[in-house]
Write a protein that binds this ligand. Structure first.
Ligand SMILES: O=C(O)CCC(=O)C(=O)O
Length: 268
């Protein structure tokens, strides 16, 4: 077994902290060797499959934030091995306090040198899922110092309803940031060391600064859901798009177990 599969020692209070804050940052989750091996393939695929050709100045705020390529696990057996890794899957299930997790989808988020901020948002706005037991592992493929745009989290914001209807935009950045300040929620936008991985709930508000460095900020993300999650009727066009891309054929009110949603980890 490699560090991709071995259990990670979460420590005594990590699950309680995650329950309270809606996010957690964990050190030494993946080794430099593992990140280098799989990271090379993730970055290679991201650059070869990316369709964005416009210069940064001609793009919207969303499109300046990162190059985004989804479901790399389907494109490369090597990335498939990474996404099905048992260490991250088990961490997702333990933090969610569920018996098993399935894949919702993966995505590579590559903030180019000079790339803009990632506006404040909560991911679950995009997802037609009937459970709040959803979680994203944010896995930097190199260290992320403050000037490269580390992901930042509002502690406890998973309990805030305001802003859940806002997609990533200048409006979400302005209104959610203002509302988080009104609630006085602490914002953790600390750097990530190599090997450090964060996990956040689908309803936790988060954002990232611009990449002011001359190096790309390459990050792989894996989105897991409780293995018993069912499909909801979609609320908007972006949710319809998500349903069709990430769980084609799933039926409203039934457990989402299409070929695109393999069980990654389950207890026992
Ligand atoms: O990487 C980023 O800048 C944004 C990431 C994000 O919003 C997410 O993974 O949910």
């Amino acid at each position: 077994m490699t560090d991709l599969d071995q259990p990670y020692d979460l420590g005594a209070d990590a699950i309680a902290r995650f329950r309270r804050d809606g996010f957690i940052k964990l050190r030494n989750v993946l080794s430099p060797a593992t990140l280098a091996r799989y990271g090379r393939e993730i970055t290679r695929l991201t650059l070869s499959l990316n369709t964005e050709q416009r210069p940064l100045v001609e793009r919207s705020t969303y499109d300046r934030a990162f190059l985004q390529v989804m479901n790399l696990w389907e494109k490369s057996p090597l990335v498939g091995r990474f996404v099905m890794g048992q260490r991250l899957g088990r961490l997702a299930a333990d933090l969610l306090e569920v018996d098993g997790v399935r894949l919702y989808h993966d995505q590579s988020l590559y903030k180019e040198p000079g790339g803009g901020l990632t506006p404040a948002h909560a991911d679950q706005y995009y997802w037609p899922l009937d459970s709040d037991r959803t979680i994203t592992a944010w896995i930097p493929l190199q260290p992320v110092p403050p000037e490269m745009g580390p992901l930042g989290f509002y502690a406890g914001s998973q309990a805030v309803a305001f802003g859940r209807d806002l997609g990533i935009s200048d409006e979400s950045e302005a209104r959610i940031t203002d509302n988080m300040a009104r609630h006085g929620l602490a914002f953790d936008c600390s750097a990530f060391d190599l090997g450090e991985v964060s996990f956040h709930l689908g309803w936790t508000f988060h954002k990232a600064g611009p990449n002011l460095s001359d190096r790309p900020r390459s990050v792989m993300t894996i989105i897991y859901m409780d293995a018993t999650t069912c499909l909801l009727p979609v609320l908007n066009a972006v949710q319809a798009n998500d349903r069709d891309q990430w769980c084609p054929g799933a039926q409203v009110g039934e457990v989402i177990d299409t070929r695109k949603n393999p069980l990654v980890w389950c207890r026992g």
